[in-house]
Every structure is written in C-alpha cells, then in structure tokens.
Write a protein that binds this ligand. Structure first.
Ligand code: SF4
Ligand code: SF4
Length: 73
C-alpha cells in the first residue's frame, strides 16, 4: 500500500487524516504540496519537497491538524 505519510525538511503530515480541502495546496508559496485522488479517497501529497522553505503556512491553514512542524520520527 502507498505510504500516506509525507514530509519535507520542515513539516510532516499523515495523508490518511486529510479532508482534501486543498487549503494547504492553495497556501503554499512554493508549490510543494499537490493533490492525489483515488477512487474513494483523495489527499494532499508532497510533490516538491526540496522546494519547502519552512514558512509553516500549510501548518497554520490546515484545520484538521494533518500537517505539523518538524519531521516524522
Ligand atoms: S489543509 Fe489539511 S485537510 Fe486540507 S488538503 Fe491540506 S492537509 Fe488536507
Ligand atoms: S512550510 Fe511553507 S513552503 Fe513548506 S510546504 Fe508548508 S507552505 Fe509550502
């Protein structure tokens, strides 16, 4: 199964909790976050992790607590 966790040097997230509101995609100034759609589920993914500058706008904008500061342990 595809790993639904994603991270950059500055943020990490668990896609399975994502509600696909796409706020983070719209907010990210560096086009780091993308969308992925399956038949019954869609969620945010990191498409350009190297572009992340750690502004943390995505963390602030996610109302569902999907994206957090720091890397996954
Ligand atoms: S803001 Fe949160 S819930 Fe919305 S698409 Fe991004 S990770 Fe998913
Ligand atoms: S920390 Fe900033 S640059 Fe990095 S993914 Fe979030 S919004 Fe984009």
């Amino acid at each position: 199964m595809r790993n639904r966790n994603f991270q950059t040097k500055f943020i990490s997230a668990t896609g399975i909790r994502c509600k696909a509101c796409w706020k983070c995609v719209e907010t990210c100034p560096k086009d780091v976050i993308g969308k992925i759609s399956f038949l019954f589920h869609k969620h945010a993914i990191i498409k350009n992790p190297g572009n992340c500058v750690g502004c943390l706008r995505c963390v602030s904008v996610c109302k569902y607590g999907v994206i957090g500061k720091g890397r996954l342990s």
